[in-house]
Design a protein around this ligand. Structure first.
Ligand code: GAR
Length: 208
């Protein structure tokens, strides 16, 4: 329930590691910056993901669903049923390092969000910050987008630009992008949970 006594919209967050974006989302929800939302579960495919302990410290339920010994379909089916059992409406991928199959995407169509550390469609896939440095771009940033069947290719909800400095290494650039990721993801989730947008073609437009 929300503070106003309305039924909260449940968010599930999928992680594989550190979980800083997950914490940024959890903090935004706790601080009322994502009105009407509640983080129902943080789920990891890796038992050693550092973010799990950090979620538990905040009183959020955590769950590990390992891929080992399962087919991709079995693994995803188990994740989908864990999310459904908790009434999850919106799924946020936050450093979840697995590609989701069309089946998973179909179960939560238009309600799965991902954050990626580049200005998509530039530099999809792994090591986006290294790709940006090696390509020599002068600006990079981050993108929050809806997940569809393509790799990092769904409609873009929001982006933040970060300048690439001559002195940057992959690590320094990643750190500055990460600070923007935390702000961008909370804003994007608030927009999507609040329903104040429409998707026209590939464009995610704010409702007037
Ligand atoms: C973040 O930079 C996120 O954008 C990136 O992994 C990091 C996870 O950090 N995701 C991808 O590269 C997805 N293709 P976090 O665990 O601290 O949120």
């Amino acid at each position: 329930m929300t503070k106003e006594g309305r039924k909260a919209r449940h968010v599930g967050i999928l992680i594989s590691g550190r979980g800083s974006n997950m914490l940024a989302l959890a903090d935004a929800v706790r601080d009322g910056r994502v009105p009407g939302a509640e983080v129902a579960v943080v789920l990891s495919d890796k038992p050693q993901a550092a973010g799990l302990a950090r979620a538990r410290e905040r009183g959020i339920e955590t769950l590990v669903v390992e891929r080992t010994g399962r087919t991709r379909e079995e693994h995803e089916r188990e994740i989908v049923s864990a999310l459904r059992e908790r009434g999850v409406e919106f799924v946020c991928l936050a450093g979840y390092m697995r590609l989701l199959s069309p089946c998973f995407v179909g179960e939560f169509r238009g309600r799965v969000l991902n954050i990626h550390p580049s200005l998509l469609p530039a530099f999809p896939g792994l090591d986006a910050q290294r790709q940006a440095i090696e390509h020599g771009v002068k600006f990079s940033g981050c993108t929050v987008h809806f997940v569809d069947e393509t790799l990092d290719g769904g409609p873009i909800i929001t982006q933040r630009v970060v300048a690439v400095l001559d002195s940057d290494t992959e690590e320094t650039l990643a750190a500055r992008i990460l600070a923007e990721e935390h702000r961008a993801y909370a804003e994007a989730l608030a927009l999507v949970c609040g329903g104040g947008y429409e998707v026209v073609g590939r464009r995610v437009l704010r409702k007037k």
